[in-house]
Design a protein around this ligand. Structure first.
Ligand code: UDX
Length: 491
């Protein structure tokens, strides 16, 4: 594909120059790089601003860097974040990273935008900023510099609507904090989800009794600033979030649902390049993928393998590991399990693991540190996904028609898993339990009897997801509208 990018003349002074500043975690960076590449393919000049702690591992992945280096209209820039690089960043360091951005990156970002120092290193000044919606301080920079800002949210619309945009309503209605209330009680104060969302399905942050926690501030800021931007990009498609989007549009009229972003990315790359096979995926993974699991999957019959992964931030205790492990092995299904280094709190030795579990694993399991997940989910052997319900994993699974067993960990995942179970009928939500019997039953229900229950919905959503990224599909047209609007904002 190297020599086949059909970009227009990037030296033209009329080309817009978009600055993308993503949240510095694996999931958001992966997504934002896909958006960046889509903009490059549309002839737009892109500067991708990464904070230092996430840029370092990315630099080790020369395939990602050299792929982007081939675009004459793309460049990386970095900004310090004060985050210690040596320790792995998992969920328990989320707020540390956010505080680093606030205290270290935020003033430097303002300075580089107000002084024009970032623009001066490019062929033309930045004309539009696309910022992660968590970086709400970008709105002040936009007002100070008169550079239009479009926010980009890589988490789910169902989370944004129920637990971020409606957080002030939840607080006012006395629904948050919970103050010991029944977790199964329906939340009536959020328009559109009155019959769906229980207390336990709101974002994990809502479980705190302390409204002065920094994360609550972050969400309230996001709810306040996003509607003031020129637009809002979401990784979903119109049909999938038809329950939520009409409500959100009352607050943010200019929404661009362009998902599944990885599918749109793949479709547009295929259109613009000639050397891409239908099976190729262009991963922007910050970590090295172990592709040996693909040949392991090749040996299995269609829809027989369970894929297990908890994403890039979640961690589990050894007890939880054992419950999940027993449940998976007892289901009797072959499994591919991603065990990210550092994801088991305190680690474990094989001597702590019952011998029969290790033996069964040798027979029917494959364990890797990190997989090429998009490729794995698209593999014919995959029959179900035991997931932490991160939004990227969820939409990647929906796009491939893979039913899910949801074990949400934190953040938006509690809401996503509820929508998977109740709204999209794509699987079973086992939140707030970690029990080998429940896991075994859920795996069997989704892969055996559930084959009848969830398969038609999974197939249906897969078709709609694919249609949305075809030339006249909703996400494709929303993306073209975004490109047009960027050109208008830049003129
Ligand atoms: C975080 C939050 O935890 C999540 O709730 C939020 O919705 C997005 O940001 P993360 O926990 O990493 O993300 O989960 P997820 O959103 O599912 O993203 C994981 C990404 O890593 C996916 O794009 C997935 O394809 C990729 N991945 C995961 C791999 O490439 N290989 C793996 O082995 C596992």
């Amino acid at each position: 594909m190297e020599n086949n990018h059909q970009v227009t003349d990037t030296k033209s002074p009329l080309q817009p120059h978009v600055l993308i500043f993503s949240l510095p975690f694996q999931g958001p960076v992966n997504c934002a790089l896909k958006l960046a590449e889509l903009l490059c393919l549309s002839g737009i000049h892109v500067t991708f601003l990464n904070t230092e702690h996430i840029h370092r591992p990315l630099l080790l992945h020369t395939h990602v860097v050299s792929r982007f280096n081939r675009y004459p209209n793309f460049r990386f820039e970095t900004i310090p974040d004060g985050v210690e690089h040596e320790k792995p960043v998992s969920a328990d360091r989320f707020m540390e990273v956010m505080e680093g951005i606030d205290t270290v990156s935020r003033p430097l970002f303002r300075e580089m935008m107000v002084s024009g120092s970032l623009s001066s290193r490019s062929v033309r000044p930045v004309t539009v900023m696309i910022l992660d919606a968590f970086l709400s301080f970008g709105l002040d920079v936009a007002l100070e510099t008169s550079i239009p800002v479009v926010f980009f949210e890589t988490v789910s619309p169902c989370f944004l609507w129920t637990s971020c945009f409606n957080l002030p309503t939840l607080i006012e209605a006395g629904d948050v904090p919970f103050q010991g209330g029944n977790l199964d009680e329906l939340i009536k104060s959020v328009p559109g989800t009155e019959h769906i969302i229980r207390r336990r399905d709101l974002a994990s942050f809502c479980r705190s009794d302390d409204l002065s926690e920094p994360i609550i501030d972050l969400l309230l800021n996001e709810a306040r600033t996003v509607p003031q931007a020129q637009g809002f990009i979401l990784n979903t498609f119109e049909e999938l979030d038809s329950l939520i989007l009409p409500h959100m549009r009352k607050l943010c009229p200019n929404i661009y649902p362009i998902g599944p972003l990885h599918s749109l990315h793949k479709a547009r790359l295929r259109e613009k390049t000639t050397l891409m096979s239908p099976k190729t995926t262009f991963s922007n993974s910050v970590w090295k993928e172990d592709r040996t699991c693909v040949s392991w999957l090749d040996k299995h019959a269609p829809k027989t393998v369970l894929y297990v992964s908890i994403g890039s931030l979640a961690t589990i205790t050894v007890n939880q590991l054992l419950e999940i492990w027993h449940g998976v092995v007892n289901s009797g299904k072959p499994f591919l399990w991603v065990r990210r280094p550092g994801s088991i709190t305190g680690g474990y030795e094989d001597s702590q693991i019952p011998t029969e579990l290790l033996e069964h694993t040798k027979e029917i399991g494959c364990i890797v540190d990190w997989s090429p997940q998009e490729h794995v989910l698209g593999h014919r052997a995959i029959g179900a996904f035991l997931t932490h319900s991160g939004w990227n994993s969820t939409i990647e699974s929906i796009a491939e028609g893979v039913p899910m067993i949801c074990w949400p960990y934190f953040s938006d995942q509690q809401v996503n898993s509820r929508f998977v179970g109740q709204v999209w009928k794509l699987g079973i939500d086992i939140k707030d339990t970690c029990d080998r019997l429940i896991i075994e039953k859920a795996v069997k229900d989704v892969m055996e009897t559930g084959g009848n229950m969830f398969r038609p919905c999974a197939d249906g959503w897969k078709i709609l997801a694919k249609e949305s990224v075809t030339e006249m599909g909703s996400s494709s047209m929303n993306f073209d509208r975004l490109i047009n609007d960027i050109r208008v904002m830049s003129s």
